[in-house]
Design a protein around this ligand. Structure first.
Ligand SMILES: [Ca+2]
Ligand SMILES: [Ca+2]
Length: 169
């Protein structure tokens, strides 16, 4: 079940923590909503013949570019660990670990990360989760931008386990 959901939603390498959240989110859907979300046509029987209901469109597969801007103020950079969760009108993503080949989240730098998923609909907010690591671990996040939608933060993250919801501007 879990592996199948990951396949359907195109989620890669979730952490155990993220997996639990994903399942919790999934349980919010009703059966009808799940069919719609996955683009599965509903079926019903009419007498001897079996017909399919109106064909529902396949869900769009969307590549999300998550860009974080680390503020240009002293000590803003960090080597801490950062996850985001995208919230849209069609559902929420898994927790997405932000990491690429660069030294991420340095002062006055924009880092870009890419994820592919079934469409989440119109994006409404982004959850950010932070864990400290390294020297001068505090992080000052300016903004998160996802496919052009801006989610202002303008705040410090100082404690491990800090989770913040950033509404869309
Ligand atoms: Ca810092
Ligand atoms: Ca760094």
């Amino acid at each position: 079940m879990v592996a199948r959901l990951q396949y359907l939603r195109g989620i890669s390498t979730p952490t155990g923590f993220g997996l639990a959240v994903e399942i919790a989110d999934w349980h919010r859907f009703t059966g009808a909503t799940i069919r719609g979300y996955l683009g599965v046509p509903s079926e019903h029987s009419t007498g001897a013949s079996r017909s399919q209901g109106p064909r529902m469109e396949q869900p769009a597969i969307v590549t999300y570019e998550v860009a974080t801007y680390t503020s240009n103020i002293p000590g803003a950079g960090t080597d801490g660990d950062v996850w985001v969760r995208l919230r849209g009108t069609l559902g929420a993503s898994n927790w997405l670990y932000l990491d690429n080949s660069d030294d991420n989240f340095e002062r006055n730098r924009t880092d870009r990360f890419y994820f592919t998923s079934a469409s989440l609909g119109s994006l409404r907010s982004v959850d950010v989760y932070f864990n400290r690591a390294g020297w001068y671990a505090d992080w000052h996040l300016g903004t998160v931008t996802v496919n052009g939608a801006v989610f202002p933060a303008n705040r410090w993250f100082t404690a491990s386990g800090t989770q913040v919801n950033l509404p869309r501007a």
